[in-house]
Design a protein around this ligand. Structure first.
Ligand code: C2O
Ligand code: CU
Length: 483
């Protein structure tokens, strides 16, 4: 049968599953229900943030650079009233949630964008507990501060911690006067050499120094603020987020990397972290010295608080800089950020290297469909793509990964380049390898192939992409398409 996709693109030979289909409504109805509704509102608007002692103009939700914490329990229906007070259209994407396709917040693919001055009501069932986040999905709006944390509680979970600390990390760099195209142009122009070892467009602080025109193109609002700033809950190390606890208390860290171009290595020097979850799903617990989070990833870990001050550091992988928070037990001397170690060593893991807890491991079965996604492009040309194709929202299904409901799907992400790519799939949680962690975002290192497995149980049209904001904006995206 032939059909014309609702986005007006050319008729294709395949019938794609659209949000209005019974299968999509049935999937939403099958999610757990508590019968409760949690209501929240998000106002996307320009704001003045105080960073490193200077006022800077940027954008955010609810007048904060890292938004508001949205929270509900498994089975709750979350209703969020979005008000768009930005000078341009926007949408909100709920990163990591397996929700109804038409609530996924991808402009053109799953909804019409919300015009400047407009509003939109999101509403969906919270299907699975864990640490998630939300962000604008329009080009580089997220880079201006349009993001925030979202936690889904599990009422049946045994609390083996005394405090919880939700931590959002960000490489805040964009001034509101810099358009995404300006940023991309500046980055590609400034990136001729120095490609070795780093994460993405920006390799190390020296790159910024060399880019003398950075603050010029960002405009007068930039003031004396250095770019980028590494933010820990919207704050710089001069004015760190601080929690208080008693010696011996356990703190559950919910770490979220909202950065656009920075992986963070997080740890408290001299202390172990017990990793418990990644991307919302439990893992076989592991004691480590530090964890690495690619852009979009989350890790939950437990930390036992010693007497005195405990600095919790996030060092950008492959670049200079520091994001910092602190735990205080009310005694001792405050840590001096300048005296902190330059590198967190020892046992270090990222979420893709962990094993899934047996309770969430995929049942073994044969693979029904296998897709290979080559991560292609070069920084020189600044032409990121998947399988050699640059994503075009006007023709989203070209090169789509087609799946059918009920299939076990294997996707091999093959990194042919020299940079890390944190690959993210919307609406699903995949398993890394045979027994790896259940995740929605996984780091694919240079020259490596990462195989992920998912059960096609959430019908619709879902974006998948690199979570480096600049790579995605330049075409490293595609569609996982239920047909
Ligand atoms: Cu957080 Cu399409 O991504
Ligand atoms: Cu990438």
């Amino acid at each position: 049968a032939c059909s014309t996709p609702s986005d007006g693109s050319a008729p294709s030979a395949v019938r794609r599953v659209m949000s209005t289909d019974e299968a999509v409504r049935a999937a939403e109805a099958a999610r757990p229900s508590s019968g409760r509704t949690v209501s929240a509102s998000l106002r996307a608007a320009p704001l003045t943030a105080n960073l490193a002692g200077k006022p800077v103009q940027t954008w955010g939700y609810n007048d904060a650079i890292n938004g508001s914490l949205l929270r509900g329990s498994v089975g709750d229906r979350l209703e969020v009233a979005l008000e768009n007070a930005l000078p341009e259209p926007t949408v909100v994407h709920w990163h990591g949630l397996a929700l109804a396709n038409d609530q996924d917040g991808v402009e053109m693919l799953t909804q019409k964008d919300v015009a400047a001055g407009g509003s939109f009501s999101y509403g969906f069932r919270l299907a699975h507990p864990g640490t998630y986040w939300y962000h604008s999905h329009v080009e580089l709006q997220r880079e201006r501060g349009l993001y925030g944390p979202l936690v889904v509680d599990d009422p049946s979970e045994t609390k083996d911690w005394d405090h919880e600390w939700v931590i959002v990390l960000d490489d805040w760099m964009d001034g509101v006067t810099g358009t995404p195209e300006d940023v991309l142009k500046e980055l590609s122009g400034g990136m001729g050499g120095g490609m070795s070892g780093g994460m993405g467009g920006m390799q190390h602080s020296g790159t910024y120094m060399a880019m003398g025109s950075m603050s010029d193109f960002l405009g007068g609002d930039a003031g004396d603020v250095r770019y980028p700033l590494h933010l820990f809950n919207g704050r710089t190390p001069e004015d760190p987020d601080t929690v208080t606890a008693k010696p011996g208390d356990r703190v559950r860290l919910r770490l979220i990397n909202a950065g656009g171009d920075t992986a963070y290595r997080v740890g408290a020097p001299g202390l172990k972290l017990t990793v418990t979850h990644t991307d919302g799903y439990p893992v076989e617990r592991k004691d480590v010295d530090a964890v690495v989070l690619g852009m979009g990833e989350r890790i939950d870990a437990l930390l036992t608080v010693p007497a005195g001050w405990t600095p919790l550091m996030a060092r950008p992988e492959g670049k200079a800089g520091l994001a910092l928070g602190r735990i205080s037990t009310g005694s001792g001397k405050e840590p001096d950020p300048a005296a902190l170690p330059a590198r967190l060593g020892g046992m270090v893991v990222d979420g893709g290297q962990l094993s899934s807890a047996s309770t969430v491991r995929l049942a073994s079965r044969s693979v029904d469909v296998k897709h290979t996604v080559r991560l292609t492009g070069s920084m020189m040309a600044y032409d990121w793509g998947l399988n050699g194709r640059r994503f075009d929202m006007a023709n989203p299904y070209e090169g789509a990964l087609e799946v059918r409901q009920g299939q076990r799907v294997q996707i091999d992400f093959v990194n042919e380049g020299m940079m890390w790519h944190p690959m993210h799939v919307h609406g699903h949680t995949f398993q890394v390898g045979d027994a790896g962690a259940r995740k929605d975002t996984v780091i694919v290192r240079p020259g490596r192939t990462v195989s992920v497995f998912l059960d096609a149980d959430n019908p619709g049209q879902w974006l998948y992409h690199c979570h480096n904001a600049y790579h995605a904006a330049r075409g490293m995206m595609g569609v996982l398409s239920y047909v």
